[in-house]
Design a protein around this ligand. Sequence first.
Ligand SMILES: C[S@@+](CC[C@H](N)C(=O)[O-])C[C@H]1O[C@@H](n2cnc3c(N)ncnc32)[C@H](O)[C@@H]1O
Length: 635
Amino acid sequence: MRLTWDGKRSDLRGLALPIQVVEEIGVARANVGTFDEIAVDSGDGWRNRLIWGDNAHVLASLADELAGRVDLIYIDPPFDSRQDYKVRIGVGDAIAEESLAKIQSVIEDKAYRDTWGAGVESYLQMLYTRMLLLRELLSDRGSIFLHLAPNVSHLARVLMDEVFGAENFRSELIWKRTTAHSDGGQGSRQFGPVHDVIAVFSKTDHFIWHPHFTDHDPSYVASKYPYVEKDSSRRYGLWDMTGPGGAAKGNPSYEVMGVTRYWRYSEATMAQIIAEGRVVQPSPGAVPRYKRYLDETAGVPLQDVWDEISAINSQAQERLGYDTQKPEALIKRIIESSSDPGSIVLDCFVGSGTTAAVAERLGRRWIAVDIGRFAVHTTRKRLLAIQGVKPFVVANLGKYERQWWQKATTGAEVEAYLDFIIELYRAKPVRGFAHIHGTSSSTAVHVGAVDAPVTFDEVALAIEDAASGGFTGLDILGWEWEMGLHEMVQDEAKARSLALRLRRIPREVMDERAVLSGEVSFHELAHLKASWSVDKRLLTVMIEDFVLSSPDLVPDAVRDKVKGWSDYIDYWAVDFAHDGGIFLNTVQAFRTRAEPKLSLRAQHAYDANGDFTVLVKVVDIFGSDTTTSLRVAIP
Ligand SMILES: C[S@@+](CC[C@H](N)C(=O)[O-])C[C@H]1O[C@@H](n2cnc3c(N)ncnc32)[C@H](O)[C@@H]1O
């Protein structure tokens, strides 16, 4: 039996693109490059990975290396609710609750449209494509847990039967995520929806399984374990030892404490358990019984209705402002039951990072993927807040995804790409200049390449072109920027009397629907100013200023709460000896719910003297990075 819909396709796999490591946390600098180049699976060279990108591409990219190696997959794809894509961000040093502002997140919104844009068919196609990729990654001992809402669980189950095989269906978990609603009121004509469904399939019949037990019901304990041992205070019960079926079942008959019966143990075993103090005669002449302690029983095997794990509420310690955040207790149970220490656990809709954080604490290896910038940033902070977190890398598809997009949309012709960006920027394409690609009244516009950062030389040449062409302004649009460029180019522009603006080409440019709906905005690069001082070999780095250059694009809900420039900073990190490669995150400071105040000072003691490039990276409250570099001399 198969589920079909208009346009169902099984060949829609994402493109396998190299995954680019952009930040390493807690690792030595020896290895830099893509995953292939740094041979992540050599012995204990494994790094846990947080990857920013569309999981269709990321899963396809992981397949070569990880096919058949993932023991556990938990995924919680977007349900049919627009609420999923609001995020609450903390602003400033205030105690969490009053500082939270709720904003719509454009990328999460795009993920929503991709998933639900054409209704349930597009949701099913999205799931189906991912399931086919995920099945390849699962090990023979692996399982997948798919978190669903009742509106789609029936359809997804049929798809899972197709992809994983009905014979590999293991459980349908009912998670009671909320207490009874009263919002339906008197007029409600349905039963209150209080549960989610988690469908569980294994890859084969030899899946990892560690049974879970829960405490016995108190009434069961009271009736079966009614006694308490005086000295030890251990609770115990007395259990029948007679052999059911008597002689016919081969039970031996002999005398114990003056009572002759058919017993379930041999005489030798009986002598041993009497010596261990396990046999009790409740009263003289009564039939002796076996003494069993409550603390020796495993409890009740866990059933498939989970009603004692509550959802993340506004008071929960673990709450991170993600509406769809799932409780750690739920994921802990799943990871403990279906993976071993050291197993690879994967969540490719990781949201606020629950699966990665729990896997980390339970000694599992993990891979976490999300398309949302804010999700990746939240997850990074959540992991860093874990004491003794093992090294991990932050990666993305970066320029490879953009190259692929450029080929697919504007073809090999570079001019078509330039014109496309110029038009999106609402400027007019122009020919005849080497470094100017468009104009908007008296401002010239230059567009950076998809696969290389905009460099100082490139901007200098565009400044030349613009000045000699008689323009009064120059806008540079770029995907990525050479480190420290921001400070260097301003003087150059001033000398030619040009108003220079550096603007980020947003990822949404690659989303056709975002383009058609006119939602694409090119934010100006934020300006970050840092200073340093040195005492012997101890370097102190201070953040002096951080300016968002497009304050008009800041949502009102956030602006109302901002008291000073540092309120825009959510996280910052320093690479104290940058070598031009990957950002090596040596020291970081960030706001958490428990500690919303942010220190703007970081220190590092060098082992040797010399000149070093220090890179300072700020992630603002919207999840965007801004980096600046300092050249320091250690005496
Ligand atoms: C329901 S939330 C997951 C919440 C998560 N279980 C937690 O505890 O925080 C779904 C997530 O899937 C992400 N997402 C949606 N489509 C995606 C895609 N194609 N690739 C990667 N992530 C995607 C969204 O950005 C969102 O963070």
